[in-house]
Design a protein around this ligand. Structure first.
Ligand code: NAD
Length: 525
C-alpha cells in the first residue's frame, strides 16, 4: 500500500491552452489509440519533420508525467530511418564544414536568438514531457540559448599551434571536424542536453544526428525547426526517435565518427563497447552518487539552502545531485530540523504553475522505483523525517500523476543501498561524521565521481577538502549551479569528457599535425 496525501487542486486551465498549442504544432492528437495511424511526426531529417520510414521492434507510449495521460505513441526508428538520418548529416557536412568558423558562429548566434524568442513555447513542451516546474523549464531553455551563444562566440577560437625544429623546419597543428556526430540523451533535461551536444558539434564544423530519450521526444524536434529557420544547411541537424535499438544502430553506423552520450552508467558502458568496434570518439556523461560535506563552521541556513539545491531540483532527477549529505555530528540535529522545516514548505503541484517547486516524477514506474529505495532504506535502519509519500491531487487532471513529497532520511549509514546506488528521485540521505579525514574516505568510497560539494567558512579547509574529493564538478558553499562555460563531467564511472565549456571543442574536433621541411630530405639510404 502506498500512503497517500490528498491535496486540493484548484484549476488546471493551462491544460487546454497547452493542448491547443500541441495541436497547432501538429505534433499529436491527445487521445491516440494506435501507433500506426497516430504515430507522432517527430523525426527530423534533411531539414524537415518526418515519420519513421521503418520501425524498430520497440514501441513506446508517451505519457504526460503531470497527469499520466497518454500523449501518443512513439515509433522507433529502424535501420533505414537511422541510415537516412546519417546520410542527411553526411550530405550536409561538406557545405557546413567549409564555412568559416566566424560564419558558423554567427549561425549559432541566430539559433540562440530564436531559442530565446520561443522560450515559453519550448518551456511548456518541456513541462509536458518531463513534469518539471515551469520556472525550472524556462531556465533550461535560457541555458540552451546561452549554450548556443557561448559556442557561437568561441567557434572562431578553434585553432592550432606552431612548433620550430632544426634548419627552420617547423610543424603546425590544426583542428578539423570529425564528421557526423551522434548525440544520445537522457530525459531529465531534454533541451539542455541536446544543446550541450549540438552547439559544440556544429561550432567545430560537424553535423549531427540526435536521439532524445523515448520519454521526452518533443523539444529536440522543435530545435530542428529552429535550426532550419536560422538558415543552416539542411541536414546539419537531424533527429531520429527511438529507444535502445535505435541508439545502438546509431552508435554502430559505419559513417558515424563520434558518439556523445548522456545517461546511466550501465548504458554508458554499452555505448563504449559499441563505439569500440569502429574506434569512435566518445563523450560519456553518466550518473552519480555525489557527496556534500557540511562542516560545523558553516552558516547552517546557507548549507540547508545548498542541500535543497543539491537534492530537490527537477524532483531530484538530477545526475549531479548530492544525495549523500555528510553533516558534522556537532550540528546534525539543528541541521536536520531546519532542513525538514524548509523541505516541508516546498510547494508540490501543477508543474505549469509559476509557484510550483516540485512537479511530477517522470513516470509511474520511476515513482515505484524511488519508493522501493525509500522502503528498503527504512528496513535497513533509516528514519524518514519527512516526505517520501505519494501526493494525490483529488478531482483534477493531476490525479493520475505520480507526485512525491520531498523526502529527508536520517540515521543513514554508508552500507545502505540508498546511500550506495543512484536513486534519481527527491530523497536526501543524511549521514553524520566526526572528522575530515574520515569523511573524505567515506565520500570517495564509491564508483561514481560526478560531483561533490563542501560547506565551510574555513577557506583552507574548503580547498584542501575539494582537492581530495574524487569528482569532476565541485562546488564550495553552493551546489548544482552550472553557468555556461563551467566545465561539466565526471571522474571514475561517472564519465569521460567535459561539456558546457571551451574544452568541449577538443572533444568535437581532431588534431592534424603537419611537418614542413625547409631544407632537403636528409636520407640515409
Ligand atoms: P538511460 O541510460 O536509461 O538512457 C539514456 C539514453 O540512452 C536514452 O536516450 C535511451 O533511449 C538510450 N539507450 C538506452 N539503452 C541504449 C542502448 N543499449 N544503446 C543505445 N542507446 C540506449 O538513462 P535515463 O534513464 O534516460 O537517464 C537517467 C540517467 O542519466 C541517470 O543515471 C542520470 O544520472 C544520467 N544523467 C547524466 C547526466 C550527466 O551529464 N552526467 C545528465 C543527465 C542524466
Amino acid at each position: 500500500m502506498i500512503p497517500q496525501i490528498s491535496v486540493r487542486y484548484l484549476n488546471h486551465s493551462h491544460f487546454n491552452c497547452y493542448a491547443s498549442l500541441i495541436n497547432k504544432l501538429s505534433l499529436l492528437s491527445r487521445t491516440c489509440s494506435s501507433a500506426s495511424d497516430n504515430a507522432l511526426k517527430l523525426n527530423y531529417i534533411n531539414g524537415q519533420r518526418c515519420h519513421v520510414a521503418d520501425e524498430a521492434e520497440e514501441r513506446f507510449k508517451i505519457r504526460e508525467p503531470a497527469t499520466n495521460k497518454l500523449i501518443g505513441n512513439l515509433s522507433s526508428s529502424g535501420p533505414k530511418t537511422v541510415n537516412d538520418g546519417v546520410k542527411s548529416a553526411l550530405s550536409a557536412f561538406p557545405e557546413w564544414s567549409a564555412q568559416t568558423s566566424i560564419d558558423r558562429g554567427r549561425a549559432l548566434l541566430r539559433i540562440s536568438k530564436l531559442l530565446r524568442q520561443r522560450n515559453e513555447e519550448i518551456a511548456r513542451l518541456e513541462v509536458r514531457d518531463t513534469g518539471k516546474p515551469i520556472s525550472e523549464a524556462r531556465c533550461d531553455v535560457e541555458s540552451a540559448a546561452e549554450c548556443f551563444e557561448y559556442f557561437g562566440g568561441i567557434a572562431a577560437t578553434l585553432s592550432g599551434q606552431h612548433f620550430e625544429f632544426a634548419n627552420g623546419s617547423f610543424a603546425y597543428t590544426k583542428r578539423e571536424p570529425l564528421g557526423v556526430c551522434v548525440g544520445i540523451g537522457a530525459w531529465n533535461f531534454p533541451i539542455q542536453i541536446v544543446s550541450w551536444k549540438t552547439a559544440p558539434a556544429l561550432a567545430c564544423g560537424n553535423t549531427i544526428v540526435y536521439k532524445p530519450s523515448q520519454m521526452t521526444p518533443m523539444s529536440s524536434s522543435l530545435l530542428g525547426d529552429i535550426i532550419t529557420e536560422a538558415g543552416l544547411p539542411l541536414g546539419c541537424y537531424n533527429v531520429v526517435q527511438g529507444g535502445s535499438q535505435t541508439g545502438r544502430l546509431l552508435c554502430e553506423h559505419p559513417s558515424v565518427a563520434k558518439v556523445s552520450f548522456t545517461g546511466s552508467v550501465p548504458v554508458g558502458k554499452k555505448i563504449m563497447s559499441y563505439c569500440s568496434s569502429g574506434v569512435k570518439h566518445s563523450t560519456i556523461e553518466l550518473g552519480g552518487k555525489s557527496p556534500l560535506i557540511v562542516f560545523p563552521d558553516s552558516d547552517i541556513d546557507n548549507a540547508v539552502s545548498g542541500t535543497l539545491m543539491a537534492n530537490f531540483l527537477s524532483q531530484g532527477q538530477v545526475c549531479s545531485n548530492a544525495a549523500r549529505v555528510y553533516i558534522h555530528d556537532s550540528i546534525i540535529d539543528d541541521f536536520v530540523t531546519r532542513l525538514m522545516e524548509r523541505t516541508k514548505k516546498m510547494i508540490i503541484g501543477d508543474p505549469f504553475k509559476q509557484e510550483t517547486q516540485v512537479g511530477a516524477l517522470i513516470s509511474e514506474e520511476h515513482y515505484h522505483r524511488v519508493k522501493a529505495y525509500i522502503d528498503q532504506a527504512v528496513t535497513e535502519g533509516a528514519r524518514i523525517r519527512c516526505g517520501g509519500e505519494r501526493v494525490v491531487f483529488d478531482n483534477s487532471e493531476l490525479a493520475g500523476g505520480f507526485y512525491m513529497s520531498p523526502c529527508v532520511l536520517d540515521s543513514c549509514h554508508d552500507d545502505m543501498t540508498i546511500v550506495k546506488e543512484e536513486v534519481f528521485g527527491p530523497v536526501v540521505s543524511i549521514l553524520s561524521f566526526k572528522d575530515e579525514e574520515e569523511v573524505l574516505e567515506r565520500a570517495n568510497n564509491t564508483v561514481f565521481g560526478l560531483s561533490a560539494g563542501v560547506f565551510t567558512k574555513d577557506i583552507q579547509r574548503a580547498h584542501r577538502v575539494i582537492a581530495k574529493l574524487q569528482a569532476g564538478s565541485c562546488w564550495i558553499n553552493n551546489y548544482n549551479i552550472y553557468p555556461t562555460g563551467f566545465p561539466f563531467g565526471g571522474y571514475k564511472e561517472s564519465g569521460i569528457g567535459r561539456e558546457n565549456c571551451a574544452q568541449t571543442l577538443n572533444h568535437y574536433s581532431q588534431l592534424k599535425t603537419v611537418y614542413v621541411e625547409m631544407g632537403d630530405v636528409d636520407c640515409p639510404f
